[in-house]
Each structure stands twice: as structure tokens, then as C-alpha cells.
Design a protein around this ligand. Structure first.
Ligand code: ATP
Ligand code: MG
Length: 421
């Protein structure tokens, strides 16, 4: 027997039994973003590798070991499947000069690709919704981004998320912090693991992110960025906290919050749950004031975040959020010499009224068609035989309740279905 072709490990099919939950999520997202005035931007899934190397950073997990990079053999270009959306969004904004007249509130949604070890909540193709506010210096916009998340969690029925915020300061305070960290870790090279040693002089901040228990103590005692923080960033961070407090959004300050991407400065934040095991961060973001210039645009500040759709859907289910499966209003069962035209007419009539109607296709006995009607989840079966065609009526049979069936005209069918909505 020929061996079947399978999907790639870590890249999942989303089947109809699940996809309606994605549709609910997407509809909620669109309504939510519209209420805050964010507009959609759609960029290609493939970009030049250089875009991500330059923006995310050469010495990051994503670029070093998670990115799907390949050579387009038709012209020898080095390309990459996007591992995240901010870089592409900024590239498009710069390329099309969108910040020329005014700042931009933008969002995107779609698949991202990272070659990680697949496990629950961690996939090689996963999906993000990303929200980016470009051209805003904050901290008001930083607060808006966080506060709008809080509203979304309510809309999705998600409870118990913890908000952690931190600040990375400006470029100078980070440079100062970096040199302090290098000096400090140089005194502890005996405890550093191989990866930390490798990153000691290229990206010492990454060492703080290590989960190696052997290094836990030296990481805890390492110099803290807050002590090197520049005054402007301190004021920015205070102002953000003030708005959050005024708006009743609870937060914890985490001065060790290091994001896995190099472009962040000042505000960083994460929304974290304890309900999904190790993959607890469902949404993460921050300010990236240097990125636009780095990608070739006129310097402009910006802030944004991305959330993982798979993790949020899993969390909604953990929180007991029930999403009802959409069901057809009517399933049209028909059999006889003369019925086909009337069956079509009935189906299209209902659809013209905005109702969901499935017209049985493929023939079969009444009994087998009724089974299909039942399995479809439809609220009513509309039965059409030669007698019904003669009388220009359909027999309407409720499938979800014990009331009687009746033979009625199409307008009456409409009344029955609508009155029971
Ligand atoms: P993690 O610490 O879990 O690896 P990250 O810091 O790499 O996450 P970001 O790059 O900030 O994640 O992406 C934002 C969000 O996208 C994450 O909070 C998470 O919800 C989701 N996400 C990231 N990587 C994956 C993945 N491989 N599979 C599923 N969701 C992911
Ligand atoms: Mg990661």
C-alpha cells in the first residue's frame, strides 16, 4: 500500500469540529479591535531573512535556532517564514511611508513559524493576533494596549490572568546595564553553562532568561536594570502605572521580564496564566522605539503586543467558556419525481431571508435523509414529497423539541423558524 502523506510535525490541521471556535475567536477579535480604532494590515508570510535577523536580533533563540530559513533556488535569495509579525508590519509601514501624515493603529492576524520542540501550547506553525501602535511615544498608548487586552479577556470569558509589567529603559541605560552584567557574570564563569558562556559577550541579558537551576542563584543576585534606569524611562514607567491603577487594571512589576526579541525598550509586559502548565504566556509585548529607524524608516516610537491564538483557545476552554457550535436552521429532505425544483426554491427562499439551510444532496430514502438531518444539528427538517409539491407546502418537523410536525406554506415556515429563534 502506498504510504500516505502526512502533515508536518508541529503544524496542525484545524478541523471543522474545532474551527468554529477559531471563527468565534476571530469575530470577537474583529469587533474588539474596531471599538479601539485599529485597522488591519496584511503582509506576506515570507520575507527576506535579513529583516528578522536585523530586527529580532542575531543572538536570540528565534533567529539562532527557531527560524525556517531557506534559499530560493530560483534566484538565490535567502528567505524566511515569518517567526513573528512586528518586523513585517514595520517593514510594510516603512516601505509604504504610512507614518508620513499621522501615527497608525494597526493589527494583523495569521500563522507564524518557529522550529521548536512541539508540545502542548507550542507548535511549529502557530497563530498570533498582533496589535501595533506606531508613531506614538506613550505612555498613554502603552496603557491603551494593556487596557484593551483586559477588555478582550472579558469578551472571551477568560479569568485569572496575571499581568506582569517591566521596563528596559533607553538604549544608554541598557548599554550600561549590559556592561555591568558582563562584568558580574565574568566573575561567575565557573557556574555559567555552555550557552550562557557563549552569550556572555554577545547578549548577556539572555542569560537572565535561563531556566538552568544551577544558575538560579547567580541570576537572582545579578545587577538589576532598575538601578541603571534613565530618568525619562523611570517617569514613563511611573506614568503607565498611574493610568493602569486609575483604570483598575491590576499588575505586578517584574523587573526581570526579558523578552525573547532584541528590539524592545522601556515598557514590556506579559499576560500569564497558571492554567496551561509551562506554556503560560498567552500575550506579550512592549515598546520598540528604535525598530522603525533600524529597518530604514524615519525615527518614530512604537509599541505593540502579540497573543497566541492556540493558547488563548485552550485557556478559554479551561475557563469553562462554552462556544456554541453554529447549526443550520433547516435541513431539507426531499424525495419524488417532481420535487427537485420546489426543494431548491425552498432552500434559496430561506437563504434570501438570512437563514441557514442545507439542501440534502445525493438522494437516498426518507429515513436515511432524516438521519442526516438529525446529525447536521439542524433545528428543523423540512420534508418535501410529491404531495407537498402539489399543495405548494412543506412539512416542517422540529428536530430538537417534542412539538408536532405541520404542513404549511413557505411564509409560515419562516414564521415558525423565526419565532423560535
Ligand atoms: P514563549 O516564552 O512561550 O516561548 P515567546 O516569548 O517566544 O513565548 P512571543 O514571541 O512573545 O513568545 O510571542 C507572543 C505569543 O505567541 C506568546 O505569548 C505565545 O502565546 C505565542 N507563541 C509563541 N511561540 C509559540 C509557539 N511555538 N506555539 C504556540 N504559541 C506560541
Ligand atoms: Mg519562544
Amino acid at each position: 500500500m502506498a504510504k500516505g502523506v502526512k502533515a508536518i510535525r508541529g503544524m496542525n490541521d484545524i478541523l471543522p469540529a474545532e474551527s468554529y471556535q477559531w471563527e468565534f475567536f476571530e469575530q470577537t477579535i474583529h469587533a474588539w479591535l474596531a471599538t479601539y480604532g485599529y485597522r488591519n494590515i496584511r503582509t506576506p508570510i515570507v520575507e527576506q531573512t535579513d529583516l528578522f535577523v536585523r530586527s529580532i536580533g542575531e543572538v536570540t533563540d528565534i533567529v539562532e535556532k527557531e527560524m525556517y530559513t531557506f534559499v530560493d533556488h530560483l534566484n538565490n535569495d535567502s528567505l524566511a517564514l515569518r517567526p513573528e509579525g512586528t518586523a513585517s508590519c514595520v517593514r510594510a509601514v516603512v516601505e509604504h511611508n504610512l507614518l508620513y501624515a499621522s501615527p497608525q493603529r494597526l493589527y494583523y492576524s495569521g500563522p507564524m513559524f518557529r522550529h521548536e520542540r512541539p508540545q502542548k501550547g507550542r507548535y511549529r506553525q502557530f497563530h498570533q493576533v498582533g496589535v501595533e501602535a506606531l508613531g506614538y511615544a506613550g505612555p498613554d498608548i502603552d496603557a491603551e494596549l494593556i487596557i484593551m487586552c483586559a477588555r478582550l479577556w472579558k469578551m472571551l470569558g477568560i479569568t485569572g490572568l496575571r499581568l506582569e509589567i517591566g521596563t528596559l529603559g533607553n538604549a544608554e541605560s541598557r548599554a550600561l546595564h549590559r556592561s555591568r552584567l558582563i562584568k558580574y557574570f565574568e566573575q561567575h564563569t565557573d557556574v555559567l553553562d555552555e550557552e550562557a558562556l557563549r552569550r556572555l559577550h554577545t547578549n548577556p541579558l539572555r542569560i537572565l532568561d535561563s531556566k538552568n537551576p544551577k544558575m538560579h542563584d547567580i541570576i537572582t543576585d545579578a545587577p538589576k536594570l532598575i538601578d541603571d534606569l534613565d530618568e525619562e524611562s523611570r517617569v514613563h514607567f511611573e506614568a503607565l502605572q498611574h493610568i493602569l491603577r486609575e483604570q483598575g487594571v491590576n499588575y505586578e512589576i517584574n523587573l526581570r521580564l526579558v523578552r525573547g526579541l532584541d528590539y524592545y525598550n522601556r515598557t514590556v509586559f506579559e499576560w500569564i496564566t497558571d492554567r496551561l502548565g509551562a506554556q503560560g504566556t498567552v500575550c506579550a509585548g512592549g515598546r520598540y522605539d528604535g525598530l522603525i529607524e533600524q529597518i530604514g524608516g524615519k525615527p518614530a516610537p512604537a509599541c505593540g503586543f502579540a497573543m497566541g491564538i492556540e493558547r488563548l483557545l485552550a485557556l478559554m476552554s479551561e475557563c469553562g467558556k462554552e462556544i456554541s457550535r453554529p447549526v443550520p436552521d433547516a435541513y431539507i429532505v426531499h424525495q419524488g419525481e417532481t420535487v427537485m425544483d420546489f426543494a431548491w426554491e425552498t432552500a434559496e427562499f430561506l437563504r434570501n431571508q438570512g437563514l441557514k439551510a442545507i439542501l440534502h444532496c445525493g438522494g437516498g430514502s426518507f429515513k436515511s435523509q432524516m438521519k442526516k438531518a438529525d446529525a447536521s444539528g439542524a433545528r428543523y427538517a423540512l420534508i418535501i414529497g410529491d404531495d407537498e409539491v402539489q399543495a405548494q407546502q412543506v412539512t416542517i418537523k422540529p428536530l430538537r423539541e417534542a412539538s408536532q410536525q405541520a404542513s404549511v406554506g413557505l411564509d409560515a415556515v419562516l414564521d415558525i423558524i423565526n419565532n423560535c429563534n
